[in-house]
Design a protein around this ligand. Structure first.
Ligand code: FES
Length: 123
């Protein structure tokens, strides 16, 4: 398989799968947007004071979409279905009834766009 590229200038390693999700301007500060990885997996992209984080979009407690039904407060996203919370930096569950962590992906900002390494998500 050929090495992935984020643009003409940046060849990535054979194991890297850098994927452009959106423009940084697409998400206001404190906002959340939905994105999709090449395999169809839905992710939520967060803008916390100009820093970007990416987690699973679907809450680990139920089927809520965190990009649609979540509320970002600092580095935590609250799921409006049952008020569970996650730390968007680590995916860690911070409030019941959520116990299982969300997956997270390393983020890179290049040329005003938000990229994740789709091959590097934690489990
Ligand atoms: S579905 Fe998210 S807290 Fe229950």
């Amino acid at each position: 398989m050929a090495a992935a590229r984020c643009c003409e200038e940046h060849d990535m390693s054979e194991t890297s799968e850098l994927v452009a999700l959106c423009a940084t301007d697409d998400i206001e500060q404190g906002g959340i947007r939905r994105g999709t990885l090449p395999d169809g997996h839905a992710v939520a992209i967060y803008n916390v004071d100009g820093e970007y984080f990416v987690t699973d979009d679907i809450c680990s407690h139920g089927e809520a979409s965190l990009s649609e039904d979540g509320m970002l407060e600092g580095h935590q996203v609250e799921c409006s279905w049952h008020f569970g919370r996650f730390d968007v930096r680590t995916g860690e569950a911070c409030a019941m009834p959520c116990e299982k962590a969300l997956r997270t992906w390393p983020v890179r900002i290049e040329d005003g766009r938000v990229f994740v390494d789709a091959g590097e998500g934690n489990a």
